[in-house]
Design a binder for this molecule. Structure first.
Ligand code: GUN
Ligand code: ZN
Length: 442
């Protein structure tokens, strides 16, 4: 199947934390992205591309649109969609009062399936085509999620939450059952179509040493799988980890000692990190998911992005929404909050850096840069079309933009899911805001 998409193109050739803007960014005013069998074949100026286009190739033309790689969300909880905006508490009380209540509903696979479908549609509406997703402790919640993702053919990373202590009885597994259930899910789903499995111990306080070690064993035994957990999110949580693991030198050392650091390890939050922690992430190739809307909503603290990205020992960082502690599906809104968090830390996140953290930078952090994250020949055609005139205010404001950085800044400041005109998954327009039925698989 062949198709072409025409519009402006925004992509990244390199890391805007390390390179000047013009070396890092690819920006073509009027270009054609040619797609064959779900992959990008060429990205060329429209005049040349149209002359060479095989006859009969359908062209989706977005004269005002900005074509980008689909956004990547490096940390999100689909079962928490039903408790977004549950207010008042900090992390540990919030988990007890809201999260552990909501997650018990996912014992019912029909409920899980319903929420997973809604969740995926919200992601696609927001322009997110890949996410690292926490399910619940119930294997059925993973089954439901991957089954829905498979319908959309989205490249998703997800796994069953592991918890064998400090959680309600109904949400606990054991080191052995957690291992066995996860192994069965890996065998069934990892590498099936575009689905990827993520071993998911929730966080150190809710797993015994035995469970953390079982998780590490599982991860090691299945190369190519991921591991995700929470790290250094909240002061009270960190103190609790010190009490639970007195023999370990830090929160991160608990994971490192258990064998849970390395390439394809994703640590959510990492708000309260010292130099030893950042150095460990750099040395092991572990990635951090920066979740600004969540850190602000729960009052957890301010992630030190520029400390993490320090040029002499850069740590992989990607943006995460962390719904339901996070407050938006949109990575544009997440970039907006990341900008403000950086500002409060005395630093400036440039618009190019913000977009990179949700596209190519995230793909590099997740070891997926050879598949997704850029508008580049050979990659899978997970693409979005941004609409700089999506709302009356955006149309008014963007008319005054003098250059690309200003346009991107305005998009991330004023934009949300309304700024996503269309979302393509493996070359197929699964979402189009202007269609009567916007979703291809309602
Ligand atoms: N730490 C452990 N579990 C969670 C969770 O569900 N959300 C957040 N934000 N932090 C956590
Ligand atoms: Zn989380």
């Amino acid at each position: 199947m062949r198709r072409a998409i025409r519009g402006s193109v925004l992509s990244f050739r390199g890391d805007p934390f390390q390179l000047p803007l013009d070396e890092a960014v690819l920006h073509l005013q009027d270009a054609v992205v040619l797609i064959e069998d779900g992959r990008i074949v060429s990205v060329e100026p429209a005049e040349r591309a149209l002359a060479e286009l095989p006859p009969g190739t359908p062209v989706d033309h977005y004269p005002e649109g900005l074509i980008s790689a689909g956004f990547i969300d490096a940390h999100v909880h689909y079962p928490q969609m039903q408790m977004i905006g549950a207010y008042g508490d900090e992390l540990l009380a919030w988990l007890e009062r809201y999260t552990f209540v909501a997650e018990q509903d996912f014992a019912d696979e029909a409920h899980a399936r319903d929420v997973a479908g809604r969740f995926l549609r919200e992601l696609l509406r927001a322009g997110t085509t890949t996410a690292a997703v926490y399910c619940t402790v119930h294997p059925g919640s993973v089954e439901a999620f991957f089954a829905e993702s498979e319908r959309f053919n989205t490249r998703m990373i997800a796994g069953k939450v592991l918890m064998d202590r400090n959680a309600p009885e109904a949400l606990r597994d054991t080191a052995e059952t957690g291992y066995e259930q996860s192994r069965a899910l890996i065998e069934r789903w990892h590498g099936r179509g575009r689905q990827l499995y993520c071993v998911t111990p929730r966080f150190a306080p809710s797993s015994t040493q035995a469970q953390l070690e079982a998780a590490a064993r599982l991860w090691r035994e299945h190369p190519g799988t991921y591991v995700q957990t929470h790290l250094c999110e909240n002061r009270g949580e960190i103190e609790w980890v010190h009490e639970l693991f007195p023999e370990r030198s830090s929160y991160l050392d608990v994971y490192d000692h258990a064998g849970l650091t390395g390439p394809r390890a994703i640590f959510g939050h990492a708000v309260h990190m010292d130099e030893t922690d950042f150095a460990c992430c750099h040395r092991t190739g572990s990635a951090l998911a920066h979740c600004p809307t969540s850190n602000l909503f729960l009052g957890s603290g301010l992630f030190r992005l520029f400390e993490a990205r320090r040029a002499d020992r850069p740590v992989h960082v990607a943006l995460g929404t962390d719904l339901g502690a996070g407050t938006a599906f949109s990575q544009l809104q997440t970039m907006n909050e990341a900008y403000k968090v950086a500002k409060l830390g005395g630093t400036t996140l440039t618009p190019a850096q913000a977009f990179w953290l949700a596209t190519r930078g995230a793909a590099e952090a997740l070891h997926l840069a050879d598949r997704v994250g850029a508008v580049e020949p050979g990659l899978e055609a997970d693409l979005i079309v941004l609409d700089p005139k999506a709302t009356p205010l955006l149309a008014f404001r963007t008319a005054y933009c003098r250059d690309l950085p200003e346009l991107l800044s305005v998009l991330l400041t004023l934009g949300d899911d309304r700024a996503i005109r269309a979302t393509y998954v493996a070359g197929e327009a699964v979402y189009d805001r202007e269609r009567e039925e916007p979703f291809r698989y309602p």
